[in-house]
Design a protein around this ligand. Structure first.
Ligand SMILES: Cc1cc2nc3c(=O)[nH]c(=O)nc-3n(C[C@H](O)[C@H](O)[C@H](O)COP(=O)(O)O)c2cc1C
Length: 341
């Protein structure tokens, strides 16, 4: 019940308050070419209509390198939110993450609030669990939950900053890396690790590289602040101190790319297709978005989500056109510099 209430409160606060970082930015605005955006090829010498955004991730095809990040599951509102997002992603050929399966492991009746396979039979869908819960649940329980919702992969979220700000937070992170090692070796589905909006740096990515995880989702600072959300849930004084805490998304992508050779998802404050193009040029394979998608769903349901994601895809295409690149492989090679603009 406590988990369910917390989930509902998180959704309400995220939708009704300003929960983004205040001063700290993603750093993507500093990424460009000699102080500009991506290098503007005034003579692109390509046909925009021929730009190919297709990619694949952990065995599933994507029509564009975009996924909706883990948002919810385990409370009444979650059911419609997940179904609208899933149906929009299915129509567009994009992937999605479901929220933490903790509520469903505690109360199996909650499965219905996560299950989307009837409206999204073919896309990539990731199940989700918190690092702290990894220590409490046997692998078989997690495997069973993943099977029940027919997920393609498991995302493990590292959310020490968020837990530290919750009055009821789970702050025992002793043994998490060895639990990640074990589950990534044993689970029948691929495992990836994500933050929730405060970033992953070089030394942690290096440790993760020694496990069998298949991807890192940086979920860096500059977008939704989880210390901010939990500050608004009650821990105001301390929450203020840590509101802008974490590793900016651009830094996190660069540091994870240096330490980790498999797939990288850029997320945390990705708000336009131009942000996505910069993140890919910095080394990401895929980009993830959470808060604006939730807001689009709340405003206009499935159509709202679809419209928002179509805008992101079109912006990404334009950014690639103006950089003179016709596929993601070429985008990764676009020349970039970091400036202090
Ligand atoms: C309402 C809400 C609920 C979320 N719940 C989860 C969750 O259960 N598990 C998780 O790994 N991340 C969760 N996240 C974090 C997102 O997956 C994402 O990493 C983060 O919000 C940063 O992306 P953004 O700046 O585009 O929102 C949640 C985000 C929002 C907005």
């Amino acid at each position: 019940m406590q988990t369910q209430n917390r989930k509902t409160e998180h959704l309400h606060i995220a939708c009704s308050e300003n929960v983004q970082f205040r001063e700290k930015t993603t750093g993507l605005e500093k990424i460009g070419f000699k102080g500009m955006d991506l290098e503007y090829k005034t003579l692109p010498e390509i046909n925009k209509k021929e730009i190919d955004l297709k990619t694949s991730f952990l065995g599933k095809k994507f029509s564009a390198p975009i996924m909706v990040e883990a948002i919810t599951g385990g409370c009444e509102e979650a059911r419609q939110i997940n179904r609208d997002i899933a149906a929009a992603c299915e129509e567009l050929g994009l992937g999605m993450g479901l929220g933490s399966m903790r509520a469903m492991i505690e109360n199996p009746a909650m499965k219905e609030t996560y299950f989307v396979r009837d409206v999204a039979p073919s896309i990539f869908v990731a199940g989700n669990i918190g690092a702290a819960q990894l220590l409490n649940y046997p692998i078989e329980k997690i495997e069973k939950a993943l099977c029940a919702i027919q997920a393609d992969a498991l995302a493990i979220h590292l959310n020490a900053a968020q837990e530290a700000l919750q009055k009821e937070g789970d702050t025992n992170f002793k043994g998490v890396i060895s639990a990640i090692e074990k589950i990534s070796a044993k689970l029948s589905k691929p495992v990836f690790v994500k933050e929730v909006g405060h970033g992953i740096g070089f030394s942690v990515a290096k440790k993760l590289a020694k496990t069998k995880i298949m991807a890192i989702d940086v979920a860096g600072a500059g977008g939704t602040s989880w210390t901010g959300i939990d500050s608004l849930r009650g821990n105001k004084e301390i929450g203020e101190t840590f509101w802008d805490y974490g590793i900016a998304t651009a830094e996190s992508i660069v540091e994870c790319r240096r330490a980790f050779k498999k797939k990288i998802i850029a997320s945390g404050g990705i708000r336009t297709g131009l942000d996505a193009a910069k993140a890919i040029a910095l080394g990401a394979d895929l980009c993830g978005i959470a808060l604006p998608v939730l807001k689009a769903q709340q405003a206009e349901g499935k159509q709202g989500v679809k419209k928002y994601l179509e805008k992101i895809i079109e912006e990404l295409k334009i950014a690639m056109f103006l950089s003179g690149v016709k596929n993601l492989k070429q985008l990764k090679k676009v020349k970039i510099t970091r400036n202090n603009r």
